[in-house]
Design a protein around this ligand. Structure first.
Ligand SMILES: Nc1ncnc2c1ncn2[C@@H]1O[C@H](COP(=O)(O)OP(=O)(O)O)[C@@H](O)[C@H]1O
Ligand SMILES: CC(=O)OP(=O)(O)O
Ligand SMILES: [Mg+2]
Length: 396
């Protein structure tokens, strides 16, 4: 079977085309910096690699079209009809979905209904689902939810300290996100540690444009930093992370804004590293100027402190810690940010193997042999998880 796994992030659109069940990748690629100046298109396939900067990819619909054109142009496929299944990452599934499902009208309606639980993502995810339905009408279409993995979180960790009816009547609770990634890296961590996942207490730090920290106890999500929506938790590329909500009404008055939607937009799109630094939302740009720019350095210091804070919180909640995982764009690629976080955890007996930490494009253990807690950098693969679910559901 040829299965296309599609992963729309807030700043990126990633895909992998697999032959299943072999899990052989025929082509993979990503379109980064969607909607920013100079989107970056990268595609790897058997014939080589294509890398291009493009200024006209404004949204996820244009990203889908760009990808489908390139699959034919680069002769990765001969015809769209070759593709048997397509799997989509959808961020919010609410309490409706604790597993992946085949797309039908009811599923689409539910994703629409709870779009406010992931305002930057669910609408873009739906654009992808609809666009592919037109281009690949013959393919089985499956959705894989970020929130599904977190449905095991115990009540004391998902109920907010607000009137209980808000949960009962309106579904207000912590849902989390990045579950497919946290689930994948937890499995890989158990392999690296050579121990059963069911025996482990792990903290997974998925730090990309969106970032979330997850406590994984005995293989199950136990707590996570994102909440009702992917806005809370640690400081992100453009999202504020945790803030005091009372500040919002105060700022609405100061800024003479009467729309709550506009305020939430500012917390989602104009805050985080971008808001603090005033330089960029891309940590690569910030790292370049941080030595000479106080606000740029401050934004990184706050990110580092936030991650340290959650690792501490989750270690105490779980009553121990066997391993720390770094994953996603920043977590996998920035040795500086990983090192800054780990240096602050030195008092726990964590040491860093600098040589391992500085390697690029690998999955490895980056703590020293004497470290009390094993630290791993794991390349996430949300796409293979998506492809497995598409195959499983297609065969039912
Ligand atoms: N070498 C690097 N150093 C620091 N940050 C990096 C590096 N490479 C990528 N990133 C960051 O990773 C982020 C994208 O991560 P990714 O997980 O792909 O995002 P998302 O899926 O949330 O769109 C970007 O904000 C970028 O700044
Ligand atoms: C949920 C979320 O923030 O996803 P991403 O990091 O891909 O934007
Ligand atoms: Mg992502």
């Amino acid at each position: 079977m040829e299965i296309l796994a599609v992963n729309s992030g807030s700043s990126s659109f990633k895909f992998k085309l697999f032959i299943m069940p072999e899990e052989k990748v025929i082509a993979s690629g990503q379109i980064e910096r969607i909607g920013q100046t100079g989107s970056i298109v990268t595609i790897k396939h058997h014939g080589g690699e294509k890398y291009e900067r493009k200024d006209n990819i404004k949204n996820h619909k244009e990203a889908v079209q760009e990808l489908m054109d390139l699959l034919l142009e680069l002769r990765i496929i001969k015809d769209y009809s070759e593709i048997d299944g397509v799997g989509h990452r959808v961020v919010a599934g609410g309490e409706y979905f604790d597993h992946s499902v085949i797309v039908d009208d009811n599923v689409i309606a539910k994703i629409h209904e709870i779009a406010e639980m992931a305002p930057l993502h669910n609408p873009a995810n739906l654009v992808g689902i609809e666009a592919f339905k037109k281009i690949l009408p013959q393919a089985t279409s499956v959705v894989v939810f970020d929130t599904a993995f977190h449905q095991t979180i115990p009540e004391e960790n998902f109920i907010y300290s607000v009137p209980y009816e808000w949960y009962e009547k309106y579904g207000v609770r912590r849902y989390g996100a990045h579950g497919t990634s946290h689930r994948y890296v937890a499995g890989e961590a158990a392999k690296l540690l050579g121990r059963p996942l069911e025996d482990l207490k792990l903290v997974s730090c998925h730090i990309g444009a969106g970032a979330s920290i997850c406590a994984i106890k005995n293989g199950k999500s136990f707590d996570t930093s994102m909440g009702f929506t992917p806005l809370t938790g640690v400081t992100m590329a453009t999202r504020s992370g945790d803030v005091d909500v009372a500040m919002i009404s105060y700022m609405m008055e100061k800024l003479n804004i009467d729309s709550m939607t506009e305020m939430i937009y500012m917390l989602n799109k104009e805050s985080g590293l971008l808001g603090i630094s005033g330089v960029s939302q891309d940590s690569r740009d910030i790292l370049q100027v941080a030595h000479a720019n106080h606000r740029a350095q401050l934004s990184l210091d706050i990110l580092v402190k936030d991650v340290v804070k959650y690792i501490g919180q989750y270690t105490f909640e779980m009553g121990g810690l066997d391993g720390i995982i770094f994953t996603a764009g920043v977590g996998e690629n920035s040795d500086e940010i990983r090192a800054a976080i780990l240096e602050r955890l030195g008092f726990l007996g964590i040491t860093i193997d600098q040589e391992e930490n500085q390697k690029r494009g690998v999955t490895n253990i980056i703590s020293g042999p004497d470290s009390k807690i094993t630290v791993m950098r794991i390349q996430t693969d949300e796409e293979v998880m998506i492809a497995r679910d598409v195959m499983g559901l297609s065969q039912k």
